[in-house]
Design a protein around this ligand. Structure first.
Ligand SMILES: [Zn+2]
Ligand SMILES: [Zn+2]
Length: 314
């Protein structure tokens, strides 16, 4: 039996990057401490918050909902509203919804569901049929539509924050992708949270110091229901390959993901000291939401898909 380095009970996880074997109790404590640390470093959750929590039934968001539920109780006067965005992927999302519902019931929340079909008029299954050979990758549409759906739900619920389950893996992947695409101007724009804009609810990422694998371990240790299935359209992206690359590196050189994350955080900190003149947000000509150009990505994609759909009919 491998012993927990902290208490001597049976170890169930091995943290290779710090050479520690931990039992489920000590691991759970460590995971929660990291979320509190992120909360202290970036002041994410405070008294009086009304937070929409994006849940999917997957490991990250299940861990997120449970940790926030515990934090809310401890901090006091924090309201939690779980919202699930249903992309409309047959055979995948329905199973995940059941897990999300189970968790919400266990914690005493009502699960609110919005769907792409309502918010943009196309389910992801339909997007995949309609987009055609010159369309975007699945995750490009899905990312924009999910962001839009969650933001809209947060506005509708009059929440002042929107919590999402992005973990340390997600942040280090995004950073790597920004570097590989020479999009350094984006480095100040993501991370533990986004700035507030009219029409855009502040997004917070309490799991920024937790690895993806650890979110699954946490769900196991805390006995939370979660769905492990992968999105059938997920393998189509640059992100997918960056993720694989980082996973392989982490396997060989434990700790590289956290190193990349902390490089990102220190570079971001430096860049924020000399802010470049930001272009003010414009309003989308079609839906009125804040956007960088004339029309927002959501409206651009919806128009593209609608015209492709109509063309295929005639
Ligand atoms: Zn222990
Ligand atoms: Zn728009």
């Amino acid at each position: 039996m491998v012993e927990c380095i902290r208490c001597g009970k049976e170890a169930v996880v091995e943290l290779r990057y710090c050479k520690e074997d931990l039992c489920q109790y000590c691991f759970k404590e460590l995971f929660e401490k990291r979320v509190w640390k992120a909360n202290k470093d970036f002041s994410l959750v405070t008294r009086g918050d009304r937070i929409v929590v994006g849940v999917s039934g997957g490991k990250d968001s299940s861990a997120l909902l449970f940790v926030l539920h515990k934090m809310a109780k401890k901090i006091g006067d924090v309201e939690i509203i779980p919202v699930l965005v249903n992309e409309g992927i047959e055979g995948y999302r329905n199973k995940a919804i059941e897990k999300a519902r189970e968790l919400c019931e266990k914690l005493g929340y009502e699960l609110n569901i919005v769907s792409y079909k309502e918010t943009v008029g196309f389910s992801m299954d339909e997007v995949m049929k309609v987009r055609g050979p010159n369309g975007h990758k699945s995750c490009t549409y899905c990312g924009v539509f999910r962001k839009n759906g969650l933001n809209q739900a947060a506005l509708d619920f009059k929440a002042n924050k929107l919590a999402i389950g992005h973990n340390a893996d997600d942040t280090s992947q995004t950073f790597l992708m920004n570097l590989l695409r020479n999009e350094t101007h984006r480095i100040t724009k993501f991370g533990s949270q986004t700035s507030e804009e009219e029409g855009l609810v502040k997004r917070i990422k309490p799991l920024i110091y937790c690895l993806e694998k650890e979110c699954a371990w946490y769900c196991e240790a805390a006995e939370l229901p979660y769905y492990l299935g992968e999105c059938p359209y997920a393998n189509e992206s640059f992100r997918g390959e960056s993720k694989e690359f980082l996973n392989e590196l982490e396997e060989k050189y434990p700790g590289v993901k956290f190193n990349l994350l902390h490089s990102f955080l220190s570079i971001q900190e430096e860049l924020k000291k000399n802010p470049v003149e930001e272009k003010p947000f414009l309003k989308c000509a079609s839906c009125g939401n804040p956007c960088a150009g004339v029309k927002c990505k959501k409206c651009e994609f919806v128009e593209e898909l609608t015209s492709k759909k109509n063309a295929s009919k005639s």
